[in-house]
Design a protein. Structure first.
Lengths: 754, 106
């Protein structure tokens, strides 16, 4: 269980790091790399590798390790990340993403297809990175590179050329290092039993009893445990399986496991962390496979000789380096690890200011606050009914606080849209490359805030729209030049708040929609009649019809005719709308209009007969009295009203929802606006403002038109929330014209601009 | 439950369980026993029925004590239980003679 939740954390964390890597790499590719970017990349790769190692996710560790090594070398050379290197690193990033995704799907061991793809990418990576650094090495001939190369040549282990350069140890054995606590025997555990158990699934290549802690005879307690083990082993098991062998003594021992081909620095870190004196460094290195016994013996010999000559011996670590038996980088790597550890500690402190909270917990909190609002409203109305002024006052005070709590709670879920926009840099880059176009993405209003759920759900439709803009909108560079436009196309993402809604605009400066082509296809598909006259926006709206595609050729990006209708239905599901504007030769703009939040709205309560309805307050413009002479009649289409000199179409709720009973003598009009259109809703009574906690309607009522949800009033009664956008769409234009038929024929309520 | 020590012809023979249950007494007796050995210390393990980490530690202590006093130390004729343990831990019957140990003592 805890393993699972830890794994979830790993996945979340990796996703974030991968996202960071992506944005840094994209910056690098545009020539905006600096010293910090390579550090960021390295840290991200390093952290992913480290965490993956904790879970024994070997494919990720193995792959990321090579990436990390390359990044490390680039960093040491302090060369900038060039565009080609960034491109290949992007591929690497994507591969890591795939590996992580495989873990998400529950595949922890190696997936052959993935590892093949990974090997191919790594080969490209080492080639590119190798060229870059080889040049540098030739120019300055740093002494550090000499022992490294001689060593790998001498030992003839060049099969992992890229890896050995990246400071890998060429042994294929795991290394396990365990020290037991003194009390382990008294706890009834026998360390030997764990070692014995290991042999059931591991083959030991070497084992050393570490007995350095054995005390002098006088201090020896025969019931305390003083020993530890260093074990080299071969196994098909994962790291976590090996760890599981020590499950029972987890708290009573120090266990360190290094997978095969670990970083040399990992071995060095292991050695440093062990309690034994450094005199054992050599022996341990032998066991780690860094040195052969022969190399160590030679070294010890030399040390002994010098001891006689000078009376004092340098530490064995220095000796080894001097004899070029250990790569100097081993020690450098060890120092590096320490520096990094400190750096990561600092960044941890910064992170401490924000905490990660399970989304479900937030949902639950907001749910409870919803209940609180309902209960508060009930208290308020009872206080009013009781007519006790003191009670009423405190009820009002309570209501104010509850309102504040609600706002704060909703803010917890509010995030900026910037990161979502930033993701499209990558989409634009990839799609532009694939289609041979030059495109830049401009983003505006990245600090616009909206509900996290919305951000998540809007990402897919947005991706589709951006791809569409690139694939269908932006022309090829030559075409653009001929049309007198700059060769580089621009896709613009813009977000802003407007009347309680978030508007997201996707604009391109491409060829625009081909009005005639859309019309022709629509006629072919029987969506419209040949002789129908349609306004521009009505024609453009046709592309949201299911299965509609005007693309001359199907590319792998878009043009298969699925998409725009999915975008529309996705947005509608969020109580949002889609509008489209286009100018031939100039470009296209798609506007998504979304509600700010999904959970709670400020509402305006109205009554019709004995029923209550709630209208989202943001959409209410004004309330006017319906004078019986101004507009009357039974036919819905005839209901229009003269408001401030312009025609206002009316909807009578009583008629719409077939509510029994006679209309009140004095009816009111609530003027609502949506997407630039105004509609008047005729109601019996105006009941005032309230906070409505939206309770979604069950599946059974999904088909209901004009209703967006329900809420519970303070009195305990249920009120229906009007789907104002839906109602506005339903309204026939103020001047009934020949394209009425089109609108009703198109069912899916398409927004047209007034 | 207990482990007996028997000295015969310069040979120290351990009999019984070399486990944590007997470890304290075993350690005390065995160490006293070794004190008396000047040149050679051979421990016969043929009648050890069981050995665990505690028992092993006592042997390691004994070996160290001998090495400190330059007394030759040897473990001989291990019983099946001991042999299994030595095999597991890659110990030879006479650990004192392995090169690795030799180096450390120098």
């Amino acid at each position: 269980m805890s393993q699972d939740s830890a794994l979830d954390t790993f996945i979340t964390e990796s996703s974030e790091l991968l996202r960071d890597m992506e944005s840094v790499l994209l910056r690098c590719e545009n020539g905006e790399s600096d010293a910090e970017s390579i550090n960021e990349l390295f840290r991200a790769a390093h952290t992913i590798k480290g965490s993956a190692g904790l879970f024994g996710l070997d494919p990720i560790v193995a792959f990321t390790h090579v990436v990390e090594s390359v990044l490390d070398r680039v960093r040491e050379d302090s060369t900038p990340v060039t565009a080609p290197l960034a491109a290949i690193l992007l591929e690497c990033r994507d591969h890591i993403r795939q590996l992580v995704d495989a873990v998400v799907e529950g595949e922890q061991s190696e997936v052959p297809a993935l590892s093949e793809a990974g090997a191919a990418i790594l080969e490209k990576l080492t080639t590119i990175a190798g060229v870059g650094t080889a040049k540098k090495a030739a120019a300055t001939a740093p002494p550090t590179s000499v022992p490294a190369t001689t060593r790998s040549r001498a030992s003839g282990e060049a099969q992992h050329a890229g890896e050995s350069k990246g400071l890998r140890v060429d042994s294929d054995t795991w290394h396990l290092s365990v020290r037991f606590d003194r009390a382990v025997l008294k706890h009834g555990m026998d360390p030997l039993a764990f070692i014995r158990y290991l042999t059931t699934f591991c083959t030991f290549t070497g084992l050393q009893i570490v007995e350095d802690s054995l005390p002098a005879r006088d201090e020896f307690d025969a019931e305390a445990c003083y020993i530890g083990f260093e074990i080299g082993l071969r196994t098909d098991a994962t790291k976590s399986q090996i760890e599981a062998a020590f499950e029972f003594v987890r708290d009573d021992c120090q266990l360190r496991i290094l997978p095969p081909r670990s970083l040399v620095s990992d071995y060095v870190a292991l050695i440093r962390d062990l309690p034994e004196a450094e005199g054992h460094l050599g022996e341990l290195l032998v066991q780690c496979g860094t040195l052969t016994a022969q190399e160590l013996d030679d070294c010890l010999q030399a040390q002994a000789e010098r001891k006689q000559a000078e009376g004092e011996a340098p530490p064995i670590g220095e000796m080894l380096v001097e004899r070029k038996l250990v790569q100097p980088a081993v020690l450098a790597a060890a120092v590096q690890t320490q520096v990094e550890a400190r750096a990561s500690k600092e960044s941890k402190a910064l992170e401490g200011r924000s905490i990660r909270v399970d989304g479900d917990k937030l949902d639950r909190l907001i749910d409870l606050i919803g209940e609180l609002i309902i209960a508060g409203a009930a208290t308020g109305s009872q206080a009013r009914a009781a007519g006790l002024s003191h009670l009423n006052e405190s009820a009002l005070h309570l209501a104010r606080i509850v309102e504040e709590v609600r706002d704060q709670a909703l803010k917890l879920r509010i995030v900026q849209i910037g990161p979502t926009f930033a993701r499209f840099q990558r989409v634009v880059r990839d799609v532009a490359r694939e289609s041979g176009k030059e495109i830049v993405l401009e983003t505006n209003g990245t600090d616009t805030e909206l509900d996290k759920t919305l951000v998540e759900r809007i990402a897919d439709p947005l991706t589709h729209l951006v791809r569409n803009a690139i694939d269908h909108g932006i022309e090829l560079p030559e075409v653009r030049k001929d049309a007198g436009k700059p060769p580089c196309g621009v896709v613009r993402l813009n977000a802003y708040h407007d009347a309680g809604a978030v508007v997201i605009e996707i604009t391109d400066d491409g060829g625009g929609l081909k009005r005639d082509l859309i019309r022709q296809k629509a006629i072919e598909r029987g969506l419209i009649q040949e002789n129908q006259a349609l306004s521009d926006s009505e024609v453009y709206a046709l592309i949201f019809e299911p299965g509609f595609s005007t693309a001359d050729q199907v590319t792998n990006l878009s043009g298969r005719g699925v998409g725009m209708d999915v975008v529309k239905s996705n947005v509608s599901a969020l109580r949002g709308t889609v509008e489209i504007d286009s100018q031939a030769g100039k470009g296209t703009q798609v506007r998504l209009r979304l509600p700010l939040t999904l959970a709670i709205i400020d509402g305006f309560q109205v009554g019709v007969g004995r029923s209550s309805f709630v209208i989202p307050l943001d959409l209410v413009e004004e309330c006017v009295e319906l004078n019986s002479g101004g507009a009357d009649g039974t036919a819905e289409s005839a209901l229009n009203f003269n408001l401030h000199g312009s025609v206002l179409p009316l909807i009578r709720l009583r008629t719409l929802f077939e509510i029994a009973g006679k209309p009140e003598r004095r009816e009111s009009i609530v003027v609502v606006h949506h997407a630039g259109k105004r509609v008047g809703i005729i109601v019996d009574e105006l009941l005032g403002e309230l906070q409505a906690v939206i309770k979604p309607l069950s599946r059974l009522f999904k088909q209901l038109q004009g209703i967006g949800g329900s809420t519970i009033l303070g009195s305990g009664k249920v009120a229906l929330i009007l789907d104002v956008p839906g109602l506005v769409e339903r309204t026939k234009p103020a001047h009934p014209g020949p394209h009425d038929a089109v609108q009703s024929g198109m069912r899916g309520a398409i927004s047209t601009r007034a | 439950m207990a482990c007996e020590i028997e000295q015969k012809d310069g040979l120290i023979r351990l009999r019984g369980e070399m486990t944590i249950y007997a470890a304290i007494e075993l350690a005390r007796q065995l160490f006293d026993c070794i004190e008396g050995k000047k040149r050679r210390c051979q421990i016969d393990l043929s009648e050890v029925s069981e050995i665990d980490t505690a028992g092993l530690q006592v042997l390691l202590m004994a070996k160290r004590a001998c090495e400190a006093r330059k007394t030759a130390f040897a473990l001989v004729s291990p019983s099946p239980a001991v042999a299994e343990c030595f095999k597991l831990l890659r110990m030879s019957e006479t650990p004192a003679k392995t090169p690795r140990r030799a180096r450390r003592s120098s």
